[in-house]
Design a binder for this molecule. Structure first.
Ligand SMILES: *Cc1c(COP(=O)(O)O)cnc(C)c1O
Length: 242
């Protein structure tokens, strides 16, 4: 077994354990292997271990890696997830390269992605939400959404506008917890995202099944708080290259 395969087996065990403790079905959590900075060979090892979902955060890197991986595995359909910040002028490449975009943080970006999506399957998106309130973090600014009615209403309006377009499939919400020494400290952030999702569903009647939250240092807590997608890089591929 390669190191990457062993790492994946370990992460999967931890996910099953976290699901058991939370009384959740392990099949309700999807593992995305975050392959940013890692070569196509590393992706191949993860594919051999059964992973089909990969996350990237830079468009240039993805534009070279995705076709290389496709050449190595022409028979295997891979789901590529964009998880990094997107500049408007890169929207066209993102809409072409990826099947799912987790980092939609404005109506403007959603409109650009919709306009740039080639014919065929609708692009799946998640709305990235800054629920922790960290100033340098991307995402819709909804740190105090429970009391800040204006921030909540602004997000609801954007969600409804995106939905009305009919060109993007809004799957749910994504967040990044602050970097903390103890993963318990991330729990309130994950819980806030789940409650925000519940509130958005109630207020709009739209289904938002996905919660993309949890990384190497905090995915167990994220699962306990309802994550349906975890984005794990270092625990699978080791330290980032370059
Ligand atoms: C890099 C990255 C991850 C994975 O982080 P690890 O700590 O390596 O698991 C997850 N989500 C986003 C948005 C990232 O940029």
């Amino acid at each position: 077994m390669t190191a990457i395969a062993a790492n994946i087996a370990h992460v999967r065990e931890q996910l099953v354990r976290a699901c058991d403790q939370a009384g959740r079905d392990p099949r309700s959590v999807r593992l995305i292997a975050v392959s940013k900075t890692h070569a196509p060979d590393a992706v191949s090892e993860a594919i051999a271990a059964g992973v089909r979902d990969f996350g990237e955060n830079r468009v240039e890197e993805a534009a070279s890696k995705i076709p290389q991986v496709a050449l190595l595995h022409p028979e295997i359909p891979i789901n590529w997830h964009m998880i990094g910040h997107i500049q408007s002028r890169k929207a066209k490449s993102v809409a072409t390269l990826f099947g799912t975009v987790h980092s939609v943080d404005s109506l403007k970006l959603a409109l650009r992605l919709a306009a740039a999506r080639p014919e065929g399957a609708r692009l799946r998106i998640l709305l990235e939400c800054n629920v922790s309130g960290e100033p340098n973090k991307d995402g819709f600014p909804v740190a105090n959404w429970q009391t800040d009615e204006a921030a909540l209403n602004a997000l609801i309006a954007d969600l409804q506008a995106i939905n009305l377009l009919g060109l993007l499939e809004v799957r749910g919400l994504m967040t990044m917890a602050p970097i903390v020494s103890d993963m318990e400290q991330a729990r309130p952030v994950f819980r806030s995202l789940r409650r925000l999702r519940d509130t958005l569903q109630e207020r709009t009647g739209l289904a938002l099944p996905e919660l993309s939250m949890g990384m190497t240092d905090d995915y167990s807590v994220a699962v306990a708080e309802g994550a349906t997608i975890v984005r794990v890089g270092r625990a699978i591929f080791g330290q980032r290259q370059a």
